[in-house]
Ligand binder design. Structure first.
Ligand code: SAM
Ligand code: SF4
Length: 335
């Protein structure tokens, strides 16, 4: 019934859903304090994690419902073994137009070329600092040199687009803004700053920890001159994009806390163990894995996804008194 329904994946606030984030693992090889606990992380047992075949089936079904853009994430997606095989399977789906991945870059030097030839078109690499001591303070592990080698390998591999993502945390990352911008400008890479959200496993987040987009813009303009706003490639994209007036590249500000972009949200999420979520901050999940493993039909899966989309709240409400943090931290959802 539902798969033959030609209507778009619409929620009750008239938002059409065309993009899906798939977490391929909740595991990670570092421990960013804004995401994971430092020690004693309880990862999901392997048998709970969706297989490549299950992920591909789910994506095929939602692509038949209008989803066109896909991003693989985690945890750290590159720690999932044989990831290029999954990329190849997804790249073969005829309705998927855009296949992207977000990574911390630690394992990228070895995998960039293979991922590119498997059909991955776009890459976001997280880079919060260029200083090894600050890297260790944030990620509680070593490895900045590996991330930098990963960025170089990705640039050689020939991706259509590579972006750098940097977290923005008050009292911690202000001094990183200019070196990161210079690094990105020198390499012709786009750089985006993301406001810190209340999704850290240790639940230390406070609103005063957010280094907001306006402050970042000011730091950048004081150093490099005016930033000129540019039109986004998609109306639903979360970033506000700018170019430097001197032609030295492109900067994006992702401001989920100070300038929520819920109104234009077109995203769905699939967690590593097969739960469908309609928002990072939602408290409800729809169990696609049970359906995938218990003989559910494609139509039943499609109905489950429609139910999930229909139930989406208008906004996350981080800045309201009613806001309730989700039980899951970022690495357990898929950022
Ligand atoms: N491990 C990969 C990585 O770090 O790029 C992919 C998953 S990670 C959860 C995806 C993105 O979410 C990263 O750019 C990370 O900086 C961001 N992130 C994690 N926790 C966050 C938080 N509490 N607030 C804002 N962004 C966060
Ligand atoms: Fe790992 Fe990415 Fe979370 Fe950092 S942000 S702990 S790299 S999943």
């Amino acid at each position: 019934m539902s798969l033959s329904d030609p209507s778009p994946l619409l929620d009750s606030h008239s938002r059409v859903h065309t993009s899906l984030r798939v977490s391929v693992t909740d595991r990670c090889n570092i421990r960013c304090f804004y995401c994971m606990p430092d020690e004693n992380v309880r990862f999901r047992p392997r048998e709970e994690i969706l297989t490549f075949e299950e992920i591909t089936r789910f994506v095929r079904v939602v692509s038949q419902m209008g989803v066109r853009r896909l991003r693989l994430t985690g945890g750290e997606p590159l720690v999932r073994s044989e990831l290029p095989r999954l990329v190849r399977m997804l790249a073969e789906l005829p309705l998927i137009e855009d296949l992207a991945l977000t990574t911390n870059g630690i394992l990228l030097a070895d995998l960039a070329a293979e991922l590119c030839s498997a059909g991955l078109t776009r890459l976001n690499i997280s880079l919060d600092t260029l200083d090894e001591v600050t890297f260790q303070k944030i990620s509680r592990r070593e490895g900045l040199h590996r991330v930098l080698a990963g960025i170089e390998a990705a640039q050689r591999a020939g991706f259509a687009q590579i972006r750098l993502n940097a977290i923005a945390i008050q009292g911690l990352t202000e001094d990183e803004v200019i070196p990161l911008a210079r690094f990105a400008r020198d390499r012709g890479l786009e750089l985006r700053f993301i406001e810190y959200m209340p999704l850290d496993a240790e639940k230390h987040w406070q609103s005063t920890d957010v280094l907001d987009g306006a402050a970042i813009r000011q730091i950048l303009e004081d150093e490099f001159g005016p930033l000129l706003p540019v039109d986004p490639p998609h109306s639903s994209q979360p970033a506000t994009d700018f170019v430097f007036a001197d032609g030295g590249g492109r900067i994006g500000l992702i401001q989920p806390v100070s300038q929520p972009f819920c109104e234009a949200c077109d995203r769905l999420r699939l967690t590593a163990e097969g739960q469908v979520r309609n928002c990072l901050f939602s408290s409800a999940e729809w169990d696609a894995r049970a359906m995938l493993r218990n003989g559910g039909t494609d139509d039943e899966l499609a109905d489950l996804v429609r139910d999930c989309v229909r139930a989406k709240a208008a906004a996350h409400g981080i800045n309201t008194v009613q806001f309730i943090r989700p039980e899951r931290a970022m690495y357990q959802i898929g950022g």
